[in-house]
Write a protein that binds this ligand. Structure first.
Ligand SMILES: Cc1ncc(COP(=O)(O)O)c(C=O)c1O
Length: 436
């Protein structure tokens, strides 16, 4: 069909869900163009430095190259070997090179995983709130998601406070039906910061085993944890599904991994899909349509084997300081109707804040960019992520999480201090407006 003499886009393109993380970026650009400083606490792109060895590998590669050609679709074989070494030697996770495919970020690994395990009409169980791209990717491939919801009062854990293992098992088991193909989660979690313990991972494995499901474990934040974790060779990481599932049953585990967060290399776009070797030839056909992962970035991330443990512990310390500051400040904002979970997030770099039932987080986050500075005569504001934005969100039900925002503590302390002051002032002004 043609409109105004031009062809129209497909319905599926038009109906593609909004992205609550990036959805306010254009508005922020317009606000900045008016001379307003906008502190970006919306997107999970950490400001911690990328290791020098990683950056200089790109420079050296460029210096000795006369041409940048394609590489194999599965990724550079030297990188694959080094990644396997990193898993085994540094993280004590036994993953062989034959189980690793290099991808364009974890984003591509997720697309390949969801496309590969589920037919149109099949379902995947997802622990919610979840990374909104899970829903967008599932919709792209006509796959349904069924949520197992975690709550702020349980610190967003899969096993609720006071619940027995049997009760949790029964509750999650009820989400399984004849179309279920997989269970998908992130731990450490975006957006909740929850780090699932071994008992929670075992629970998910028990269910997958009972119903013959895939386990899609997104562990991109595994090196960003603040409490006790699994210690190996001076590095502390979160418990992994690969610690739980025996080698004999690994064919049901699909690992999603990335260099974006572990070495602050988000723009490098390198991820890892970890799959059983019986599945990789099929998945590789699909991966071949994007030719190969970016060559320069692959050269860079090979250097992960030369990144010393103090780099990872340094990031953990820095993020922990920021987390403690934010959690404390937000916990003290009860008079403004704000609530956060009683314990601070255990990993990643996000905190969920409930602004109180009467506030639409989406409207509030937009107002911060459009009207706030004019109303209070300042030239600073903050860019936050509403947990629901129009057709997209961190929950399946469009009426859940509407009063919640996600703050990413990816900026230095001075900006966070400023950001919290702005949030307090903004809420004071906004609450008066809403009430009057
Ligand atoms: C849980 C989770 N998985 C995957 C990704 C995608 O990461 P990448 O930059 O590797 O594509 C993100 C990015 O924020 C994320 O939070």
């Amino acid at each position: 069909m043609k409109e105004n003499g031009h062809p129209t886009l497909s319905e599926r393109a038009l109906l593609f869900p909004d992205n609550p993380i990036r959805g306010l970026e254009e508005l922020a650009i317009q606000t900045r163009a008016k001379g307003v400083e906008v502190i970006p606490l919306n997107i999970g792109s950490p400001d911690t430095t990328t290791p020098e060895v990683v950056l200089s590998a790109i420079k050296q590669f460029v210096d000795k190259s006369v041409n940048i050609g394609y590489g194999p679709s599965s990724g550079d074989s030297e990188l694959i070997k080094k990644r396997s070494f990193f898993y085994k030697d540094r993280l004590n996770i036994d993953i062989s090179p034959k189980n690793i495919l290099i991808t364009q970020g974890a984003s591509e690994a997720l697309e390949l995983a969801i496309f590969s395990v589920a037919n149109p009409g099949d379902e995947i169980i997802v622990i919610e709130p979840f990374f909104p791209n899970y829903k967008a990717i599932a919709e792209k491939f006509n796959v349904g998601l069924r949520g197992v919801t975690t709550r702020i009062e349980d610190g967003f854990h899969v096993i609720k406070a006071g619940e027995s293992r049997e009760e949790s098992l029964k509750r999650i088991d009820e989400a399984v039906n004849s179309r279920t193909k997989a269970i998908l989660w992130s731990s450490p979690s975006n957006p909740t910061g929850a780090v699932y313990g071994k008992s929670e991972l075992e629970l998910l494995y028990t269910i997958a085993n009972k119903h013959n499901l895939f386990l899609i474990a997104d562990e991109v934040y595994r090196l960003l944890i603040f409490n006790e974790g699994v210690k190996s060779n001076g590095v502390v990481r979160s418990p992994s599904i690969f610690d739980i599932v025996p080698q004999s049953d690994r064919a049901r585990v699909i690992g999603i991994d990335s260099s974006s967060k572990e070495i602050s290399f988000c723009g490098g776009r390198i991820g890892y899909l970890i799959v059983d070797e019986s599945l990789s030839p099929t998945i590789l056909k699909n991966a071949s349509i994007r030719a190969c992962p970016a060559i320069l970035s692959q050269e860079a991330v090979k250097e992960i084997v030369n990144v010393t443990p103090d780099y990872f512990s340094g990031n953990q310390e820095e993020l922990k300081k920021r987390r403690d500051f934010l959690h404390q400040e937000l916990s003290n904002m009860k008079n403004l109707g704000v609530s956060v979970s009683s314990n601070p997030p255990e990993g990643a770099f996000y905190i969920i804040v409930d602004l109180g039932k009467q506030i639409s987080a989406e409207k509030f986050c937009k107002w911060l960019l459009t009207d706030f500075t004019e109303e209070n005569g300042s030239n600073e504001t903050v860019l936050l992520t509403p947990m629901r934005m129009n057709t997209g969100g961190f929950y399946l039900d469009k009426n859940t999480g509407t009063s919640q925002i996600r703050i990413a503590y990816v900026r230095k302390m001075d900006e966070l201090v400023k950001g919290i002051d702005i949030l307090k002032l903004a809420l004071e002004i906004y609450l008066k407006k809403e009430v009057s």
